[in-house]
Structure formats: structure tokens, C-alpha cells
Design a protein around this ligand. Structure first.
Ligand code: ARG
Length: 349
């Protein structure tokens, strides 16, 4: 039975993504706008790189992920994997798109307790990405999980704002839109980052579906308005947060409840991007760590200052690498989805 209430309790079962089908879409307006940093509508459908990634990237990523899976197995953690995505282009009544790839289950599926939620993501190329997890979702439902899919967003051109809207965001608020990786869980309290990958209506929808038992707190886009929260804040264990020093400039910018926890600032990251290809993630992907238990983290092996800081805070580290993490846009938190953690639903604030 799936069950995961927070970011730190002991992991028992986890989904690990794959780099095998990595492909950069060309037709995804929202994605291109985010990553080509365009300021004109003409630039939007002009992704300089698209298509299959070089075979070397697939192979080396597979090697790195296999090593990670081996380590998880040694810890007696059950590992589940996605299935190959359909390789075809697709369409809705409103648009056509080519595909993204199932490397980051963290972005498209959200586990809250015994619920597994397909989130209403902002990118057209990822519209059908959960197909790679369909059989798993059905199996989990069979075991008693509650399987939900958010209302499919239309993702019309008008949801995107290449000049940034009044809130400074590239994502408008016409319908609920968010990626699961905009969310951090701490028992009855859920933190939701308002950003280019999560809007206010998305927060409202999530709060309405979780019900009054839970409180969904917004994290201000003043902290980080771009893609996902997990290179900005990590909830390490009850009472301890790792924060990105370039983004969390003052503790008052954090949601009130998080201000009651101790915040440690990540040291500057060791710059590492193995491929010649333009990375789609910043150097801060180095703090995209995965807690396997309140005293055990999987961390990018290059980040020795960060590893030292964690050890000083009584967290043991399993150092591993994802050589193409920045190119493919995912570290150890992104490429996983912890579906079973020990521990129960608790109030931490
Ligand atoms: N956009 C973040 C950065 O560049 C990386 C976040 C990746 N997270 C994820 N779940 N895919 O720092």
C-alpha cells in the first residue's frame, strides 16, 4: 500500500525515472519560452536544439541510474521503473506537440498520504507523460491507493506570457496548472511554490482536493519564480531546512510556519556540467538531494562542501553522480518519487 507523508521518513519503495528515452521537444511553447529565455513571440517556437539526445548521454545516464538503483537495493528499498513512452507526436483539440521523457517522475506525480495525483503540468510536451506509470498507478490503486488525475488544463497560448505578467510570471492563472515538483510535504502542511510552473489556481485546486484536514501554504515567487522548488528548499527532517542562499535572501520571505524551523544555508555549489550541451538546470541542482531517512541523504558526489555541512548536522551521505543531470534537468530528488515511506501523518507546526 502506498503511503508517503513527508520528505524525510524512511523510504521503503521508490520510483526511479529513466534517461533512455530523452528527447527535446521543438513544439512546446511553454517549455521553449522558459529555456530559450526569449522575449519575443517569434522566439517561442525556435528551440535551437531538439530531437534525440546523443546516445552517450542516454548510456551514461543509464549507468549512473543503475548504480543508484543498486545502492537503493542494498538498503532493501523496492525500486520501480517507468515504461517506455509512446514515441509519437500528439495533439489535443487546441494544439500539437512532440514529447518530453520520463526522467523525472517527481514532476508529474504527487504522493500525499495514500493519494497519488497526476498533476496538471504547465508543459504541453509532458501532457501524456504519466502513461509511462499507468500500470504502476493501476497496481497501486489495486493495493488501496487513491488515484487522482487533476483536471486536464487546456494550455492554450494565452496561459503563457512571454513578457511576464503583472506578477512577474510566465504562467497566467486561467486554469489550475502546476507540476508536482512545486510541492513539498510535511505531514498536514503542504508547501506550494507559486512560479512559472505553478499558479494560484493550481494551489486552490490542490487545497480543495486534499480537504480541510490539510493546509496548503504558498511559497512566494519572490524566492524563486522559475521551474520547481527542489533546488531552492529541502526539508531535511522535522525542524531542519536546507535553503538556497541566492534565492532565500531573508527568512521572512519563507512561509510563516517554516520560519519556526532551523534554516541552514547551502554553501556555493561546485559547478559541474559534464556535457557540452547547454544545461537546462542551474548549478543549484547540486542541492537537489533525496532524503532516504531523517539521517540519510543521497547527494551529488561533487558537492563536498554541502556534504560536509549535512554531516555536521548529523545526516549521513550516500554520494552518487548523475553526470548529465543538469543537461536533462534532474538531480536525485527530481528523478525519484517516494511512494512508500515509514511513519505516519503528523502535525509538525
Ligand atoms: N529549475 C531548477 C534550477 O535550475 C531545477 C529544478 C529541477 N527539479 C525538478 N524536479 N525537475 O535550479
Amino acid at each position: 500500500m502506498i503511503q508517503s507523508h513527508n520528505e524525510w521518513d524512511k523510504v521503503e519503495e521508490i520510483i526511479v525515472g529513466t534517461g533512455l528515452y530523452c528527447y527535446a521537444p521543438s513544439l512546446d511553447t511553454g517549455l521553449n519560452m522558459e529555456f530559450t529565455n526569449t522575449s519575443s513571440p517569434d522566439g517561442i517556437n525556435n528551440n535551437p536544439f531538439y530531437g534525440n539526445y546523443p546516445a552517450k548521454i542516454l548510456q551514461e545516464t543509464e549507468e549512473d541510474i543503475n548504480k543508484f538503483v543498486e545502492e537503493l537495493n542494498k538498503l532493501k528499498i523496492t525500486v520501480r521503473r517507468p515504461e517506455p513512452p509512446p514515441m509519437a507526436d500528439f495533439a489535443t483539440p487546441d494544439w500539437k506537440c512532440d514529447r518530453f521523457f520520463p526522467y523525472c517522475p517527481r514532476d508529474v506525480l504527487l504522493v500525499v498520504g495514500d493519494r497519488i495525483i497526476e498533476t496538471p503540468g504547465p508543459y504541453r510536451s509532458r501532457y501524456f507523460e504519466t502513461i509511462s506509470y499507468r500500470n504502476l498507478l493501476a497496481e497501486y490503486m489495486d493495493q488501496g491507493a487513491r488515484w487522482f488525475s487533476a483536471p486536464k488544463p487546456r494550455l492554450l497560448d494565452t496561459i503563457y506570457d512571454y513578457t511576464r505578467n503583472a506578477n512577474g510570471l510566465k504562467l497566467n492563472n486561467d486554469e489550475p496548472v502546476f507540476d508536482a515538483a512545486n510541492v513539498l510535504r510535511a505531514g498536514y502542511d503542504i508547501f506550494y511554490q507559486i512560479s512559472d510552473t505553478g499558479n494560484e489556481m493550481g494551489l486552490k485546486w490542490l487545497a480543495s482536493m486534499l480537504g480541510s484536514e490539510y493546509t496548503v501554504h504558498p511559497i512566494s515567487s519572490d524566492i524563486y519564480s522559475s521551474v520547481h522548488i527542489d533546488s531552492t528548499l529541502c526539508l531535511l527532517r522535522p525542524g531542519l531546512i536546507l535553503a538556497n542562499p541566492e534565492r532565500v535572501k531573508s527568512l521572512e520571505s519563507l512561509p510563516k510556519s517554516l520560519q519556526s524551523w532551523k534554516v541552514i544555508y547551502a554553501p556555493d555549489m561546485v559547478e559541474y556540467s559534464y556535457s557540452e550541451m547547454e544545461p537546462i538546470s542551474s548549478k543549484w541542482l547540486g542541492m537537489n538531494l533525496l532524503m532516504l531517512a531523517p539521517d540519510l541523504a543521497v547527494v551529488d558526489a561533487h558537492q563536498t562542501p554541502l556534504i560536509k555541512l549535512l554531516e555536521q548536522n548529523n545526516i549521513n551521505v550516500l554520494p552518487l553522480t548523475l553526470r548529465h543531470g543538469r543537461t536533462l534537468g534532474g538531480g536525485f530528488h527530481c528523478i525519484t518519487l517516494d511512494v512508500k515511506r515509514a511513519g505516519k501523518l503528523e502535525k509538525y507546526f
